[in-house]
Design a protein around this ligand. Structure first.
Ligand code: GUN
Ligand code: ZN
Length: 467
């Protein structure tokens, strides 16, 4: 049975680049979204023009609310569910040592891990995140709890256990042997990859191969993971890690990685070129299902290589501010042709909400120095938080906007849930130019919305926030 939803629709149609997003922005103030019995978009358009076959159906009237595609978070840490706003008195590497490794070690306790899985799914759902690339726990039973709870809540997720095979004493509980690292990853793929439907192209659940970052693993691990990944690529398995995040002089992650591996670029470590002098030592982990978080300090050659392999960057400006990592250069990164999608990086970021990430992106990029500064178009912001995320997950053909026959992942956004937003939308001055007025409304919405604005969440046409 089809469902008709009424509201002000915003989405980015087609398959545009981020530079083309403004021209692809669709705004339908008196809109109707029709979802068929299989959870696919049957119609997205003006209410007045609903096709005859759906006219008699009793609509779900969300007006004066909005209908937006579900948000896609391309980088978020499950084992940091209870580690937001952790104070360690330092930047990335100090914060990991003092706050994060001890927090993540708690998930060895199955009761704690189950609590974390329930809270993690509740928080991402409340934030309107319908699909996510989730950096997993080191502990298999914690990952089992995460996959099971995600399935119960009907959400989309790609996740894999965080792999660590080397590190300092504070990280010891998270480290495994070389052999066990591979065995546990293989077993997670066999247990959870596409388990919900048995088919990778219809599943909501997928598995990724996730070394924490190059500094947390050895050359042998990278070589073994390259072999493993090569053997499961055609099953639609993902690769996920961190890249070029923090370059604090002396103690930064980028310089440390290049020194430890003796490579020309950080990306080489994931590209099979992890031997001294960036000599090839194994198979590449890059590709269309590979997402690297941050990319703040990429060389031009690294951006070119990400683009040519179809790998994506999870852009996490809230986290980059929290950890003092700097600003991913917006113009240079998108000019290289790399897909850039939004990530919260919770608990490196202290927001669960993709709109809060988009708001931070707007602020940091308008503040980039000189010619690099850019005022992001609201359509670029919406694109980065929705369709670009679906593209980064290599599932653009399935969701990310309201094009006909896509799976209907959408949010009912009710400004009344956030009085300051409601007042801004009702009283704010709008341009006489209808296009600018449209953009002003979308901008106000994205900048001003938060969890309390999100009234209902649907994945594949099914409401998922009421379970
Ligand atoms: N690099 C390695 N581990 C982490 C992590 O947990 N968070 C962030 N932001 N960066 C990392
Ligand atoms: Zn991260």
């Amino acid at each position: 049975m089809s469902q008709v939803h009424l509201g002000h629709i915003f989405h980015v149609t087609g398959q545009p680049t981020v530079q083309e997003a403004a021209n692809a922005l669709v705004s339908i103030p008196d809109g109707a979204l029709v979802v068929d019995g299989e959870g696919r978009i049957a119609y997205c358009g003006a209410r007045a023009e609903i096709p005859d076959e759906f006219r008699g159906l009793p609509p779900m009237d969300h007006r004066p609310g909005f209908l937006l595609p579900g948000f896609v978070d391309t980088h978020i840490h499950f084992p940091q569910t209870f580690a937001g706003d952790a104070y360690g008195g330092g930047q990335l590497l100090e914060w990991l040592t003092r706050c994060i490794y001890p927090s993540e070690a708690q998930l060895a306790d199955p009761v704690y891990a189950q609590r974390a899985a329930v809270e993690f799914c509740a928080r991402r759902l409340a934030a309107g995140t319908t699909a996510a690339m989730v950096f997993g726990s080191a502990f298999p039973q914690a990952q089992d709890a995460l996959f099971a709870e995600t399935r119960r809540r009907g959400l989309r997720m790609v996740s894999g256990r965080g792999i660590q095979t080397t590190g300092e004493s504070s990280v010891a509980p998270l480290i495994t042997s070389e052999e066990k690292a591979i065995r546990l990853t293989e077993s997670e793929i066999d247990t959870w990859h596409a388990v919900d439907t048995g088919r990778v192209d219809t599943a909501l659940l997928h598995v990724a191969v996730v070394p924490r970052f190059a500094l947390a693993v050895t050359r042998a691990t990278l070589r073994n993971l390259g072999e493993l990944y090569d053997s499961v690529r055609d099953r639609g398995v993902y690769f996920h890690s961190h890249l070029n995040e923090n370059n604090r002089p002396g103690t930064g992650e980028v310089d440390s990685t290049k020194q430890v591996y003796e490579v020309e670029s950080y990306l080489d470590t994931y590209d099979g070129k992890f031997m001294p002098g960036s000599q090839v030592g194994g198979k590449s982990l890059l590709g269309r299902r590979s997402i690297l978080a941050h990319g703040v300090h990429c060389q031009d050659a690294e951006l070119r290589r990400l683009a040519e392999t179809g790998s994506s960057i999870a852009h996490c400006p809230v986290s980059q501010q929290f950890l003092g990592s700097g600003t991913m250069p917006w113009k240079r990164t998108i000019a290289a042709g790399v897909t850039v999608a939004a990530g919260t990086d919770y608990g490196g970021g202290d927001e669960w909400s993709i709109p809060r990430v988009l708001s931070a992106a707007f602020k940091v990029h308008i503040s980039e120095p000189g010619e690099d500064g850019v005022s992001m178009h609201p359509a670029e912001m919406l694109f980065t938080g929705t369709l670009a995320g679906a593209r980064a997950l290599d599932m653009e053909s399935r969701f990310g906007n309201f094009d006909a026959s896509k799976e209907a992942d959408f949010l009912v956004v009710d400004p009344a849930g956030t009085p300051s937003l409601e007042a801004t939308l009702a009283q704010g001055v709008r341009s006489d130019d209808p296009v600018l007025a449209r953009d002003q409304t979308l901008f106000a919405l994205l900048m001003g919305m938060d969890e309390s604005t999100i009234a209902q969440v649907y994945v594949r046409g099914r409401r998922v926030d009421d379970r």
